[in-house]
Design a protein around this ligand. Structure first.
Ligand code: FMN
Length: 251
């Protein structure tokens, strides 16, 4: 059984210890890619630039004030452009920074420790106008969607994978964020894991605020079954694993 006290340690910083460790970056080992590779035979879907989309409410003060968790969604679709806006707000790449003539880091709409950006975005799409249902991945560098596969009984599967939280299966789209751990470990070794989870919070808060902009709602989800969600998005659960979810819908 995991001890509560042990887990408290996980919340604390290891940056004082990592200075005595030679990280893989210091050893000169190759840097992990900034984005997970993908099968180029799979369908790619263009998205409008996320910052060029007209949204209903662009007032930051009211979006911060009105943000709350939504657990009831209606059947109105989210449009493809609105989805593009949400993806840009949560992971949009603004700049690729080069070091020694190689892509070293990305600067995005959210911060990330050491600009490592270890998170990937999967989307379980149910009701986005112009897109078929199924599992997709957001390619942040290209600002495109990659269609991965159809999911049979998606609503039942995602509900079962999130401890019976039925409203998640009723959302227009479920954001599922995974972590590719080595992206952080390469630079920060034992200090990376806490930071990578902190990164996830920034994505989700931007999603809340961006949802306000398109008159949609979301709810942060940490109560989920690790194996079931990993299996649903097709990741190995070791090098890459789910860390956070957020269903989005109109209400
Ligand atoms: C890390 C985290 C995990 C959460 N997990 C869940 C969850 O699994 N299910 C759920 O219904 N709400 C979840 N929530 C939403 C909280 O219950 C919600 O933020 C809280 O009740 C405050 O309400 P508000 O967001 O409307 O201010 C989570 C929120 C956070 C930040």
């Amino acid at each position: 059984m995991i001890k509560v006290d042990k887990l408290r340690e996980f919340m604390k910083s290891n940056f004082n210890l990592v200075k005595d460790i030679e990280t893989d970056q210091m050893k000169g080992l190759p840097q992990p890619s900034l984005e997970k590779e993908y099968d180029t035979d799979k369908e790619l879907i263009d998205l409008k630039p996320g910052d060029e989309i007209n949204i209903q409410n662009a007032d930051l003060i009211s979006n911060i004030k009105n943000r709350k968790s939504h657990r009831k969604f209606n059947n109105d679709p989210v449009t493809k452009d609105e989805l593009s806006f949400l993806l840009w707000a949560t992971q949009g790449v603004k700049k690729i920074f080069e070091r020694n003539k190689k892509a070293y880091a990305t600067f995005r709409t959210v911060p990330s420790a050491g600009a490592r950006h270890p998170l990937e975005t999967y989307l379980l799409i149910n009701n986005i106008s112009g897109l078929k249902k199924g599992l997709y991945r957001y390619l942040a560098l290209e600002h495109k969607l990659l269609f991965l596969n159809k999911i049979q009984d998606a609503a039942t599967k995602i509900t079962s994978a999130t401890q019976g939280q039925k409203f998640i299966g009723e959302a227009a789209v479920v954001f599922i964020w995974s972590c590719i751990a080595y992206r952080g470990e390469w630079r920060y070794n034992i200090a990376s894991h806490k930071a990578m989870l902190l990164d996830a919070g920034h994505l989700c808060q931007n999603l809340y605020l961006a949802c306000e902009g398109i008159a949609a709602g979301t709810c942060a989800i940490a109560a989920y079954d690790q194996d079931k969600v990993d299996k649903l998005i097709g990741v190995d659960g070791q090098n890459e694993y789910s860390v956070y979810l957020a269903p989005v819908g109109k209400y």
